[in-house]
Design a protein around this ligand. Structure first.
Ligand code: B12
Length: 300
């Protein structure tokens, strides 16, 4: 496998140990047997590292991309992935929705936390959190019932996402802290997707300074002026909170601005400074930020 990929066998072993990029069914002490899917993930890892993306960020993106068909299944339920896999994922989502309906936030946090530790942030957000949030929202819309279960789920998912720590061995390489500033624009209380992004960045060894919900323009500009982030990420969930003016103001104080969230869907980039960009899903946002913040770590 190392020959096929053109990397040293020790690099492959270290990617497996550090980022879980080994064969899916490897048992300690036994030969590593790679499937076609494992190969695809590793090929993407090699490509991203070759483009200069930091290994931890490349690994997170490669894992997410490798499972992309399966990742979207509960949301867009395409006929991808083995039926058994899709069923067990649907069961997991149902478990989270049911726990939220019982107002058992600890059970939601535990289920999300376990998924996070087994599959990482991107897969957990795409496969478990998004479908569960969407299902709960749909139930409220259909039944006209209370949003209590939704509120429990929001809090519990947020709690689990905040427990995500940096990758093993982080801290020994060049520091990248402070290069990313993350905030929801004024009036915006929808924080969850930006919390997922923050957790994915943390997991990839890219800490983000986070200002939270509904941040006034003046506070955003001041925070950027003081910390000079490489990327300021501004989340807007709804059209009512998406004011292009705030992007201009922040662009003048930060290295670049990434406008994220469905609120910005009508954004005309041609009308904005060149340093403003947008992208529309978690893996793409992670990739975009990792590329800008990559300190040029060399793989050992
Ligand atoms: C959770 C939630 C809340 C929570 C937020 C808690 C929190 N801490 O975030 C609370 C209860 C506070 C809330 C309040 C409100 N909400 Co609300 N909320 C939601 C809900 C259920 C999930 C939001 C979310 O996280 N979406 C992300 C995921 C789950 O959605 P998705 O479709 O899978 O993902 C899309 C994108 O976001 C993107 N994406 C997903 N993840 C990521 C990650 C990254 C990094 C990127 C780049 C993209 C990306 O991909 C998808 C394609 O667009 C949505 C319904 C929904 N399904 O989105 C309503 C929703 C957004 N809310 C809505 C409304 C109307 C409100 C309120 C006005 C209700 C009220 N009357 O008070 C208030 C407004 C509060 C405010 N001022 O901001 C509407 C918005 C309608 C509109 N288009 O403007 C929605 C769509 C519900 C609906 N069906 O109508 N809400």
């Amino acid at each position: 496998m190392a020959r096929r990929l053109g990397v040293a066998p020790s690099t492959l072993r270290s990617w497996d140990r550090r980022y879980g990029l080994g064969p899916a069914d490897h048992e300690p002490g036994r030969y590593r047997r790679y499937s076609e899917r494992d190969l695809g993930v590793l090929q993407l890892m090699c490509r991203l590292v070759g483009q200069g993306v930091a290994p931890a960020a490349a690994a997170a993106a490669a894992r997410a991309e490798g499972g992309r068909d399966a990742v979207m299944a509960p949301v867009a339920d395409h006929a991808h992935g083995p039926v058994g896999e899709r069923r067990s994922r649907a069961r997991l989502v149902r478990g989270v929705v049911d726990a939220a309906q019982r107002l058992d936030g600890d059970a939601v946090t535990d289920a999300v936390g376990q998924h996070l530790s087994e599959h990482g942030v991107v897969a957990t957000w795409q496969q478990l959190c998004r479908p569960a949030l969407t299902a709960l929202d749909r139930r409220v819309a259909e039944t006209g019932g209370s949003i209590d279960a939704q509120l429990v789920a929001n809090w519990a998912i947020s709690t689990a996402l905040r427990s995500v720590g940096p990758p093993q061995g982080a801290g020994s390489g060049p520091a990248v802290g402070g290069q990313v500033l993350l905030a929801c624009v004024e009036g915006e209380q929808h924080t969850l997707a930006s919390e997922a992004l923050r957790a994915a960045l943390t997991e990839a060894g890219i800490p983000a300074r986070t200002l939270g919900p509904s941040v006034p323009e003046s506070a955003l500009v001041e925070a950027c002026r003081r910390t000079r982030p490489e990327v300021a990420v501004l989340w807007s969930q709804t059209l009512t909170t998406a004011r292009p003016q705030v992007l201009r103001a922040v662009a003048a104080a930060a290295g670049s601005v990434l406008a994220l969230g469905p609120g910005w869907s009508g954004l005309d980039l041609a009308e904005l400074p060149e340093s403003v960009d947008t992208t529309d899903d978690l893996p793409a946002a992670l990739h975009h930020i990792a590329r800008r913040c990559d300190p040029g770590v060399v793989v050992s």
